[in-house]
Write a protein that binds this ligand. Sequence first.
Ligand code: UDP
Length: 240
Amino acid sequence: MRKEIMGVSFDDVTLPQAIAAGEELAKGPGCAYVVTPNPEIVNMARQDPAYGAILNGAGLVLPDGIGVVHAAKILGTPLQGRVPGIDFATGLVARMAETGLRLYLLGAKPGVAEQAAENLKQTHPNLIVCGTHDGYFQDAAPVAEAVKAAQADVVFVCLGAPKQERWMAEYGPATGAHLLVGLGGVLDVYAGNVKRAPAVWQKLGLEWCYRLLHQPSRIGRMAKLPLFLVEAAREKRKKG
Ligand code: UDP
């Protein structure tokens, strides 16, 4: 079931449910994409309806940020919990290693996707990574062709928002893949360049705080988050 939070319709699913749904889409005949909006992405959609339509057109819309979960509660439409994009991706990788689905890694600086592939294959020796490409290309169409030539079933698209969602919506069908997943900085984490918050911080909903301490340059982006909750409270009052 989908719940509308500040203009974006989120799937109200647990992490295992999300992984199972992702696997179904990856095995299916069509071409779907997954988005993992945090408050920053929801705010972008509020300012750009065309981008909002791309988010709402996804096969799965997962609440990546704790801010989305808080806003949902404030709005009186609570979600079961946070589904971080990286946890979804990691769960899907485990399933792909078992089923033989082919994974393509797209995004980040040159060399990062290759390193990420190597590390993933260390933990999942049966995983098929059928190709990689960095995220700093000029022409998008040849990249879609490269994915198609690699016969990928699933593509992790890590170009940052809003670029990755726009790319998936426009070029997804041309890749021939069944599932594309927009994952921001996940390849940097898989490559070992960026550390994820320890589990305790994640459980306490403080992953954003850990990220800020390690990448202080994100302060401008994060300063807008409290405002997001104020906006949610305002919207709730409007709706009565
Ligand atoms: N990136 C890219 N192409 C671009 C811009 C960004 O591949 O044109 C990559 C960047 O190297 C990083 C990721 O996209 O790996 C964005 O990371 P960020 O931390 O901003 O995303 P978040 O996890 O916050 O969504």
